[in-house]
Design a protein around this ligand. Structure first.
Ligand SMILES: C[S@@+](CC[C@H](N)C(=O)[O-])C[C@H]1O[C@@H](n2cnc3c(N)ncnc32)[C@H](O)[C@@H]1O
Length: 210
């Protein structure tokens, strides 16, 4: 399947429809509870070493912007700028409404391409749904996206993927071998890479510090 055949329109449709059926809730972005959504954010946020310094953030596949809420309100991190990317205009409209309290520099960008350089880039759940794309095509897509994320992250980035260490797989989802992705990040991006696979979800998180 060529790059132009990536199922991005289908993915956009899925999440827009989830939002209109569920409202602004964790279920609209594919999570079964706010607790599991927050646990994912906690793991991703571990990439930040110094909570006292203001940071700027790219959130690739931001949904309704819940990660910014978590960073500032739950973790007390000083976020000076937040660039949220999503395919779904409806999700971004929800993010704009949800994040009206944020006094920093807010950009909500309807695009699969990252154009802003920030201190950190986060990715939560964005690569999970692949519909009919071949595993190899989707893997290549993620690898190119990680190159882009690396180039747009000054201090580091973190992402999660569903794990291959599961006893049940859904046809339309992508499962990543944590050893493969750890090795790739360690060889390509930084010597400072952590793999977190000890939390009670069927997935793992990698963070890369530069
Ligand atoms: C599983 S949801 C998670 C949302 C958010 N990260 C959270 O955890 O609350 C994934 C989001 O990424 C968006 N998305 C998927 N693929 C994308 C892409 N290639 N570029 C930008 N956004 C994408 C979807 O529209 C959806 O809102």
């Amino acid at each position: 399947m060529a790059k132009s055949n990536l199922p991005l329109d289908q993915i956009k449709g899925l999440y827009s429809s989830n939002l209109s059926h569920n409202g602004v809730k964790s279920t609209a972005v594919g999570w079964n509870s706010t607790e599991s959504q927050a646990l994912r954010f906690d793991k991703l946020t571990s990439v930040i070493e110094d909570y006292s310094a203001p940071v700027s953030v790219n959130d690739y596949g931001c949904g309704y912007g819940a990660h910014l809420d978590h960073l500032v309100k739950a973790r007390g991190i000083k976020v000076a700028g937040y660039a949220g990317y999503d395919l779904s205009e409806e999700m971004l409209a929800a993010a704009r409404a949800e994040l009206s309290w944020f006094s920093g520099d807010l950009s909500l960008i309807c695009s699969p391409e990252i154009s802003t350089i920030s201190d950190y880039t986060f990715v939560s759940g964005t690569f999970n749904v692949r519909f009919e794309a071949d595993d190899s095509v989707w893997k290549e897509f993620i690898e190119k996206k990680l190159d882009e994320i690396d180039a747009h992250s000054r201090c580091g980035f973190s992402f999660n993927l569903l794990s291959t260490y599961v006893d049940w797989k859904e046809e339309h989802l992508f499962y990543g071998d944590p050893c493969y992705w750890f090795d790739l990040c360690k060889r390509k991006y930084s010597t400072r890479v952590s793999l977190l696979h000890d939390y009670p979800l069927y997935e793992w998180t990698i963070f890369v510090r530069k």
